[in-house]
Design a protein around this ligand. Structure first.
Ligand SMILES: [Zn+2]
Length: 76
């Protein structure tokens, strides 16, 4: 069983479908029961699709760090 921390760590890989089949299933299972992570995935997916329209595939690290910090507040 994976935890929110694991989803947080893997979210960009998950969106890029760069996770193993097994991990993807575990994340999807987690998302069914966790509203915070569902929001995290949809927010990150929107951000990534915005950025990919300008062909930038990775968030600048300071931006993603700030995003993660903001989202982490929901879990504390
Ligand atoms: Zn979660």
């Amino acid at each position: 069983m994976i935890r929110c921390e694991d989803v947080l760590r893997e979210v960009s890989n998950y969106i890029d479908t760069e996770v193993t089949e097994d991990l993807r299933h575990q994340i999807e299972e987690h998302l069914r029961g966790c509203h915070n992570c569902t929001v995290l995935v949809s927010t990150t997916r929107k951000t990534v699709s915005l950025l990919s329209s300008s062909r930038i595939l990775e968030l600048p690290s300071d931006v993603s760090q700030r995003l993660m910090q903001r989202l982490a507040v929901h879990w504390s």
